[in-house]
Design a protein. Sequence first.
Length: 149
Amino acid sequence: MRLKFLKETAIIIILAAVSAIVFNGFSENGLNIIYKPLEIPPGNTVNLSELKQLLKKANVVLIDARNNAEFIQGHIPGARNLPLQSPRNAKIEFLSKFPKEIVFVLYCINVECSQSEHLAKQLNLLGFSNTHVFNGGWQAWQKAGQNAQ
């Protein structure tokens, strides 16, 4: 009798899990349970010359997504530090100073670094849709012989 109960319980749990997964897959607001690599929409990455043009505009904020220690060692002039690892409330406090229409350009160390892309995605989710990623990052800026702070 106990074995029958365990079998029935296992069947119910399996059916419930399968039903939840199927429902989640068809739900418009379902959880993303299958890993998808982060994709930055085309046109949202900028190269060095595009970055320089953007920085001439008044409504552009440059964000360094690296940690504070790396930021202190050197960064692009005018950049503000908002590490990817910052707590959500710190990000919200930082962002509360800016209108939703502001243009954010984010960067990290180099083209292989994805911190700026992940932070851009987080900013998008918080309602800031005008985000760009300088894909060369700090190393491309230095390699081009640009000024540093």
